[in-house]
Design a protein around this ligand. Structure first.
Ligand SMILES: Cc1cc2nc3c(=O)[nH]c(=O)nc-3n(C[C@H](O)[C@H](O)[C@H](O)COP(=O)(O)OP(=O)(O)OC[C@H]3O[C@@H](n4cnc5c(N)ncnc54)[C@H](O)[C@@H]3O)c2cc1C
Length: 276
């Protein structure tokens, strides 16, 4: 089925938790199901979505009506809590979608939902966003991120052509968070351990790797996600020191330590729009 298929609906979908699987102490895969997923837009694995979470006394989130000017709720109180996540895997043929949640306690509604999730629980999702494709064709790939970017990175690695070459730097809290990732032989994965504010070893090693591969930089593609410090630190080096064109760099801060997603919204856009 193609993206132009007339049966594809660009509407939010109400999902039901089918199963919950712990992939580590701080990482939980939730498989959701809905017959509506048969008509969900085809998308790259790793694409971003908004999840819609119930609040207060609601037993399930209220989905919006889709209007020409965007989603609309009958009243402001109906509006669910919104958070941004990634499509880890989509199986439209069986009406299933996997979303991987980094668990960071019950201080945020998304993490709280994931910690308590049981089969039968409900959550809404928006249609998928870009980029499409997730990675532009390139001779080498350089990817970096933390637990929140791991779902997108793992999905992109699985979908890479078998002869791809590249380097991936991943920061997780400690060795219990390590995962076996499926990836092409020519892609090296390096893990770093530390809290979100301890990113300098990852940044130094990533830059060293680029220094050694400098002759490939002009036809490489860079993908950076995760806590703001990783994304901004690496983007600065790639853009300023290596003079890589913006079109070759995806750099999206996924979250910022100390800010919830709502309070981070405006700053995130300033960071993204910064041309450095
Ligand atoms: C394009 C995109 C794709 C994303 N994909 C995923 C994904 O697939 N899986 C995923 O887990 N996250 C993903 N994220 C990150 C996720 O949106 C944020 O971590 C979000 O803040 C989580 O919402 P929450 O309700 O749990 O916490 P919030 O209510 O937003 O925040 C509450 C508090 O927790 C802190 N916090 C938020 N996230 C973390 C964290 N990971 N570790 C420690 N403290 C944290 C905040 O700084 C704040 O102090 C993605 C973000 C973007 C922009």
């Amino acid at each position: 089925m193609s993206a132009n298929d007339s049966t594809v609906k660009r509407q939010p979908v109400l999902l039901t938790v089918k199963s919950v699987q712990d992939l580590g102490p701080r990482y939980r895969r939730i498989c959701f199901t809905s017959p509506e997923l048969a008509h969900y837009p085809p998308c790259s694995h790793g694409a971003h979505i908004k999840i819609m979470l119930a609040h207060g006394d609601q037993s399930e989130p209220v989905l919006p009506a889709m209007t020409e000017s965007g989603p609309k709720w009958a009243s402001a109180e109906d509006k669910p809590l919104l958070r941004t996540f990634s499509v880890r895997a989509l199986r439209r043929e069986v009406g299933e979608i996997d979303i991987d949640f980094a668990l960071h306690g019950d201080i945020g509604p998304a993490s709280r939902f994931a910690l308590a999730a049981r089969p039968g629980d409900k959550l809404g999702i928006s249609p998928p966003g870009g980029p499409f494709p997730m990675l532009k064709p390139a001779s080498q790939y350089f990817l970096a991120g933390d637990l929140t970017a791991l779902p997108a990175i793992a999905a992109m690695l699985e979908d890479m052509p078998a002869d791809s070459r590249g380097y991936v730097a991943l920061q997780v809290p400690d060795h219990t968070d390590l995962q076996d990732l499926v990836c092409p032989e020519g892609v090296k994965i390096e893990w770093f351990f530390g809290q979100p504010n301890q990113v300098q070893p990852l940044i130094d090693q990533f830059c060293l790797q680029l220094e050694n591969d400098k002759h490939h930089v002009t036809d490489s593609y860079f993908w950076l996600g995760g806590e703001e410090q990783i994304v901004v630190g690496l983007r600065r080096y790639i853009r300023r020191e290596l003079d890589v064109d913006r079109s070759q760099v995806y750099a999206i801060p996924y979250w910022r330590f100390g800010n919830d997603e709502d309070s981070y919204h405006a700053r995130r856009h300033e960071v993204i729009d910064n041309k450095e």
